[in-house]
Design a protein around this ligand. Structure first.
Ligand code: F6R
Length: 641
């Protein structure tokens, strides 16, 4: 931070923030610090006191610690741990309790003495909560205070479960969870209605007493809140921003989670930069938005007064810059996502030949496809391309029991009419399993299978509306999902093998995929990783030389306009088709289909807002005005042209 760039950076960033290309590298660094602490303390015959977090974020770090224990003999005998929080009303046996999470993800794999592991008691009586919280704080003090506190961050800006409104002096207490936090947890609990409303959490003040603090964040869904915490004024609206007052607090984030920091988003404001074509495009689009002027109306002063004088000097004039960026944006727009046959394709995102393309659409869960690229799928089908939609996971974990019950009642009724004893006993068995497991229980393999079939049916009727035949759909049911639970998935070679087989069979000219930049433990990110491993394995296949990969961002998200390489405009009618396609996913009406959307109605609104917002953005740059636009970014590591 002593360099001139460091000083400029310091003007924006109010705390020590480290960006990593990959969460693995960040976890290694944090694991080093933890190991060093444990070893130093062991040499002194003292305990190392760790403050631990749950959720997806620290899982990789815990894996690294377990590895060091198993392979390198790192002992946790002298470790005392305090977890940040626990859902109120859940016992330690509940699979979603934080006690259970810690046992699964760390404690049972290392030699930490169980009596040294503290997690707030979620089952304490209401009138004993206060005393229990005080005792928790006292136990921290008695242990000598927390040496290293690990934190994740919620999209509300919460640390622990200190939701917006929590002050810097707050202590361990019972809190009410924010509705966004509950909707983020909906999938873990198989429905938002099952998510506890309250939790016990260490306070912001308790956290700030730790000697060192390390906050971790991965994936672009955290980008906005990371920027607000690091660059904004400390405020109760973003509790993580209070960490700015701590002398020894670092944020370790991957580039996706750090993508809204000024140094990443508007690097020309932070210091001298290399004006690559990508940065120039981003900067000019930003300038046009900032000043509310179409691209072709920007003048020299606009550039020089907004930190872009060097770009202006390099390129000669605003006029030249404007035209260039206008053309780039213009050339992203195409109504022919599979390429326009017999047309000059030198300025089109897709090539004209072959005129009939094999298009492979990869949808991590049923509905990701229609929500994100329903209009494009419709166009591809209509324009005669050979489209295959592959649903990578069954999505069965997101089906509420009420839908499974309705389906099983239907099966039972039919079976009785047909006097089919086998079917009747199957239906009775599943009904009984549903009764016995209760809202929080794990689904049996029969229930999961039934729920998967419900989603298949919805995917088929949605695709039919987009003019795709059921024979064009493939259901991969990747094993990592079938065996796992949200946040605890782990892919294996069997998943890659299925993807390789799909690619070899379809030999696509274009692949539409999502998951880049998502939280690494999320279903889309795992699917993307599987795809990229499979593509690497197949890199020498001849069809790969003629294959393009188009990334869509996923439900409830869209690329920024400067990132879009192909913009597919939708007419009002096409847009209507898409919305009707989304509505076929009936079992998802009360699920959380995308960040921020709490039900089907919101999902509908969100999709329409996003696609319309992209169209409005293009319009504001001075390009044509459309009803809606779906955006794609080209991804080509080591692939052909
Ligand atoms: C967990 C905790 C929470 C999480 C946060 C992020 O103990 O206190 O603050 O760190 O909700 O969750 P993930 O990591 O699942 O995105």
């Amino acid at each position: 931070m002593k360099t001139p760039e460091g000083q400029i950076l310091r003007r924006y960033e109010r705390m020590d923030t480290r960006l990593f290309d990959d969460p693995g590298a960040a976890c290694k660094e944090v694991a080093d610090a933890i190991e060093q602490l444990i070893l130093e303390r062991a040499a002194e015959g003292r305990s190392a006191v760790l403050g631990l977090a749950t959720g997806s974020t620290p899982v990789r770090l815990y894996k690294e610690l377990i590895r060091r224990h198993k392979e390198e003999g790192l002992s946790f005998q002298n470790v005392v741990s305090f977890n940040l929080d626990e859902y109120y009303g859940l016992s330690g046996e509940h699979p979603e309790s934080y006690r259970c999470f810690m046992e699964d993800q760390l404690f049972t794999h290392v030699d930490i003495p169980r009596e040294n592991t503290y997690v707030p008691d979620g089952m304490v009586d209401r009138d004993a909560v206060l005393a229990s919280c005080k005792a928790y704080e006292q136990a921290i003090v008695d242990a000598g205070g927390i040496d290293i506190q690990l934190l994740g961050i919620g999209r509300t800006g919460h640390i622990g479960f200190n939701e917006p409104g929590s002050g810097p002096g707050s202590r361990t207490r019972l809190v009410t969870l924010d509705s966004l936090t509950r909707s983020d947890a909906a999938r873990d609990f198989l429905g938002e209605e099952n998510v506890p409303r309250h939790a016990i959490t260490m306070g912001v003040g308790t956290i700030l007493e730790a000697k060192k603090i390390c906050l971790l964040a991965w994936g672009d869904s955290k980008a906005a809140v990371i920027a607000a915490s690091v660059e904004g004024e400390p405020t109760e609206a973003v509790p993580a921003s209070f960490l700015q007052s701590h002398e020894e607090c670092i944020f370790c984030v991957d580039t996706a989670a750090g993508s809204h920091l000024t140094r990443q988003r508007y690097p020309w404001l932070v210091g001298p930069i290399e004006w690559t074509p990508e940065v120039a495009r981003k900067a000019v689009v930003w300038l046009s938005q900032k000043l509310g002027k179409p691209l072709l109306k920007l003048v020299d002063e606009d550039y020089s007064e907004n930190g872009m004088a060097d770009l202006l000097t390099e390129k000669g004039s605003a006029y030249k810059l404007n035209i260039k960026q206008f053309n780039i944006a213009q050339h992203t727009i195409t109504g022919w996502p599979g390429g326009k046959p017999e047309a000059d394709d030198s300025n089109r995102p897709e090539r004209a030949i072959p005129s009939v393309k094999r298009s492979l659409i990869l949808s991590p869960e049923p509905k990701d496809d229609v929500c994100s690229l329903g209009g494009t799928m419709h166009r591809l089908a209509n324009q005669g391309h050979d489209v295959t939609v592959a649903y990578l996971t069954s999505g069965n974990l997101a089906v509420p029991d009420t839908d499974a019950r309705r389906a099983i009642e239907l099966i039972m009724e039919l079976a009785r009419e047909r006097e089919d004893a086998g079917e009747i006993s199957f239906a009775q068995k599943v009904e009984q399993q549903l009764d016995e497991k209760g809202a929080f229980g794990e689904d049996s393999s029969e229930i999961r299978h039934l729920k998967g079939l419900i989603r298949r049916g919805e995917a088929r009727s949605s695709a039919r509306l987009l003019e795709l035949e059921p024979s064009q759909l493939r259901f991969l049911d990747l094993p990592f999902y079938e065996k796992g639970r949200y946040r605890r998935f782990q892919s294996a070679q069997a998943d890659v093998d299925l993807m390789v087989q799909l690619l070899e069979e379809t030999q696509p000219h274009q692949i539409f995929a999502m998951g880049l930049g998502h939280d690494p433990l999320s279903v889309p990110a795992i699917c993307f990783q599987i795809l990229s491993t499979a593509l690497t394995a197949l890199k020498d296949d001849s069809w790969m030389k003629d294959c393009r990969v188009w990334l869509y961002r996923g439900p409830g998200r869209e690329w920024d306009v400067h990132e879009i390489d192909m913009a597919v405009p939708l007419s009002p009618d096409e847009f209507e088709f898409k919305i009707r396609g989304i509505y076929q996913h009936q079992s998802q009406r009360s699920q959380t289909p995308s960040p921020g959307a709490k039900n089907m109605r919101n999902s509908w609104t969100e999709v329409s807002e996003l696609n319309r917002a992209t169209a409005a953005f293009y319009d504001s740059l001075g390009l044509a005005e459309y009803e809606a636009i779906e955006g794609f970014k080209r991804w080509s590591p080591g692939l052909g042209s």
